[in-house]
Design a protein around this ligand. Structure first.
Ligand SMILES: *[C@@H]1O[C@H](CO)[C@@H](O)[C@H](O)[C@H]1NC(C)=O
Ligand SMILES: *[C@@H]1O[C@H](CO)[C@@H](O)[C@H](O)[C@H]1NC(C)=O
Ligand SMILES: *[C@@H]1O[C@H](CO)[C@@H](O)[C@H](O)[C@H]1NC(C)=O
Ligand SMILES: *[C@@H]1O[C@H](CO)[C@@H](O)[C@H](O)[C@H]1NC(C)=O
Ligand SMILES: *[C@@H]1O[C@H](CO)[C@@H](O)[C@H](O)[C@H]1NC(C)=O
Ligand SMILES: *[C@@H]1O[C@H](CO)[C@@H](O)[C@H](O)[C@H]1NC(C)=O
Ligand SMILES: *[C@@H]1O[C@H](CO)[C@@H](O)[C@H](O)[C@H]1NC(C)=O
Ligand SMILES: *[C@@H]1O[C@H](CO)[C@@H](O)[C@H](O)[C@H]1NC(C)=O
Ligand SMILES: *[C@@H]1O[C@H](CO)[C@@H](O)[C@H](O)[C@H]1NC(C)=O
Ligand SMILES: *[C@@H]1O[C@H](CO)[C@@H](O)[C@H](O)[C@H]1NC(C)=O
Ligand SMILES: *[C@@H]1O[C@H](CO)[C@@H](O)[C@H](O)[C@H]1NC(C)=O
Ligand SMILES: *[C@@H]1O[C@H](CO)[C@@H](O)[C@H](O)[C@H]1NC(C)=O
Length: 468
């Protein structure tokens, strides 16, 4: 599952100005020559020294602009002259006249950063290049960026190469996003120097190696996304020191081992994504201690053992995906009533026991999938009270008894899959009321009697399988 984030630093201008590269080139030559003049004559006075610095910043930006693909600079047509603080698009300045923010989110820029001299923007606080077509490596000179920089966003570009360990020099960073690029190699351990980080987005790259234990030094972290990479090895126990974490995305890697007990120290998680790794052992036991967990996925691992007790009372749950593991336990005992639960998939595990009538009290539930388990007993008629249900999949279990007629009052139900069970008796006429039903599978049961002619009301029915 990919994690999306949007960068909210800038509003796209409504107006696209035509590129004016020739004019720009003339200005560039002009400013270079003037720069030299100013520089040589600026022996002492503070005002002209400042002017030199300003010219230097403008020259730095113009040099970078000139290195970008010609066709992709339309947003930068206001970048000319010698004063980058004078209405240059995406540039904001300190009162002193030095550049403080570069905000070029979604500008369609194509090119590299090789010609952006990081040393020449000494007062930069934020650098936002999110969602452009920038490529190439990020040189070790990245460490020459201002020590004051708090936010660096290179997300959604085509950068490649290693993540430079020199990023660890930028100790004021609170937001660092390199997500959705082609970065390779390990996560440098120097990342542990960034003690003020609250958000670290490295997801959707080709990062390899293990998660450095230094990650546990980032005690201010709220959001950590390492998903969709090639990371291996276990979750370092030091993660337990990240007690402020609210979002933890580790899904779609090759992580292995058991979830460290120290995870129990993180009690404010709202979203925990562990899907599609090689984890073993039990699910983290105390994940809902703070009663704020909304989204939890652990799909496609080798988790064993029961559902954590803390999940039973976890009334904040919204979306839960635990399918394709070897989880076990009595399904009637393991789950409670979840007033905001929207989606739950427990399929392809080893749950046993009977279906609880409590599912009927999950009034927001749109999808319930418990197929491919070992559940038995009857389908509780109370399921008819889960009035938002759109998909119900209980196939490949040992359910017996009748199909409750109450399922016929679920107004939104469009998929009803009950095949491969031991259901008996006749198909209730009430199923004919399911006007949104598109897929019905009752195959491989012990159903008897006629097929009710009301089933002919299923105008949208695509897949209708009653074969015994
Ligand atoms: C950009 O435009 C200049 C001037 O017309 C030209 O010399 C240069 O080759 C162009 N570069 C690219 C990458 O198109
Ligand atoms: C990325 O930028 C393009 C314009 O270059 C814009 O159309 C698109 O909506 C942006 N996408 C995101 C995810 O911000
Ligand atoms: C980058 O800027 C710094 C400081 O202004 C300067 O000393 C250095 O020579 C510049 N480097 C390049 C490659 O232009
Ligand atoms: C920039 O960083 C490199 C590598 O860290 C360093 O060798 C160089 O001296 C720095 N340059 C400036 C102008 O700070
Ligand atoms: C980290 O944040 C604290 C509190 O906001 C601040 O006092 C400190 O100066 C910051 N550290 C750095 C290196 O910016
Ligand atoms: C958590 O932080 C404490 C104090 O800095 C340290 O002693 C401990 O080793 C850390 N725990 C882990 C598991 O890294
Ligand atoms: C973190 O978890 C470990 C193991 O469960 C425990 O021994 C330790 O006391 C916890 N640390 C904190 C700061 O809660
Ligand atoms: C949970 O997932 C839903 C649907 O994907 C999303 O809209 C919501 O923002 C997520 N909540 C959290 C806390 O991530
Ligand atoms: C769940 O909540 C009920 C009622 O609040 C309480 O009696 C029970 O001990 C809780 N169970 C767990 C596992 O926290
Ligand atoms: C339920 O889960 C099974 C196995 O994981 C899957 O094949 C099936 O498509 C799911 N049912 C629905 C309705 O999504
Ligand atoms: C399924 O449950 C029955 C009892 O209901 C038990 O005898 C059987 O071993 C279970 N099968 C599996 C594969 O867990
Ligand atoms: C199927 O259900 C019938 C009762 O309806 C029962 O006699 C039979 O043993 C069940 N078969 C299996 C394989 O569970």
């Amino acid at each position: 599952m990919a994690l999306e984030y949007s960068s909210s630093y800038s509003l796209l201008p409504q107006l696209i100005i035509t590129p004016c590269f020739f004019i720009f080139l003339i200005f560039l030559l002009y400013s270079i020559s003037l720069f030299h003049v100013t520089f040589t004559s600026a022996s002492t006075p503070t005002t002209s020294l400042l002017k030199v610095e300003q010219d230097q910043e403008a020259l730095t930006l113009l040099t970078w602009k000139a290195s970008l693909d010609n066709q992709t600079q339309s947003f930068l047509s206001s970048w000319f002259g010698r004063n980058s603080c004078h209405h240059w698009f995406g540039v904001t300045c300190h009162k002193s006249g030095s550049v403080s923010n570069l905000d070029l989110d979604s500008c369609g820029l194509r090119g590299t950063l090789h010609n952006l001299n990081f040393s020449s923007l000494p007062n930069l606080l934020t650098l936002n290049l999110y969602n452009n077509s920038l490529y190439g490596t990020i040189s070790i000179n990245i460490g020459n960026l201002s020590k004051l920089i708090t936010s660096l966003d290179f997300g959604f570009n085509h950068f490649s190469g290693a993540i430079s360990p020199q990023l660890g020099f930028l100790t004021s960073l609170s937001f660092l996003a390199l997500a959705s690029n082609n970065f390779r190699g390990p996560i440098p351990s120097s990342i542990g120097n960034l003690r003020n980080l609250t958000t670290l987005y490295l997801h959707t790259n080709k990062l390899s190696g293990s998660i450095p234990q230094e990650i546990g030094l980032l005690r201010s972290l709220n959001n950590l996304a390492l998903s969709t990479n090639n990371l291996i090895g276990p979750i370092p126990p030091s993660i337990g020191n990240l007690s402020s974490l609210t979002f933890l995305f580790l899904n779609d890697n090759e992580l292995s081992g058991a979830i460290p007990l120290e995870m129990n120290n993180i009690t404010h998680l709202k979203s925990l994504q562990l899907s599609e790794n090689n984890f073993i052992g039990q699910l983290p036991q105390e994940i809902c201690l703070g009663s704020v967990l909304e989204n939890f996925t652990a799909t496609g691992n080798h988790f064993t053992g029961p559902i954590p007790k803390s999940l039973k009372n976890c009334t904040s749950l919204f979306r839960v995906r635990l399918e394709r593991n070897q989880l076990t336990g009595d399904i009637a005992e393991s789950f409670g009533v979840y007033p905001t639960l929207n989606y739950i998939d427990l399929s392809s595990n080893n749950f046993y026991g009977e279906l609880s009538e409590k599912w009927g009290q999950c009034h927001m539930l749109t999808s319930l999938n418990i197929s491919n388990n070992n559940i038995s007993g009857a389908i509780p008629p109370q399921l008819g009270k889960a009035i938002q249900l759109q998909q119900l999949d209980l196939s490949a279990n040992h359910l017996s008894g009748k199909i409750p007629k109450e399922l016929g009052i679920l107004p939104l139900l469009f998929k009803l899959l009950l095949g491969d069970n031991n259901l008996s008796s006749s198909i209730p006429l009430e199923l004919g009321n399911l006007s949104n039903l598109e897929i019905l599978n009752l195959a491989s049961n012990n159903l008897s009697g006629p097929i009710p002619k009301q089933l002919g009301n299923f105008l949208k029915l695509q897949f209708f399988n009653l074969i015994k």
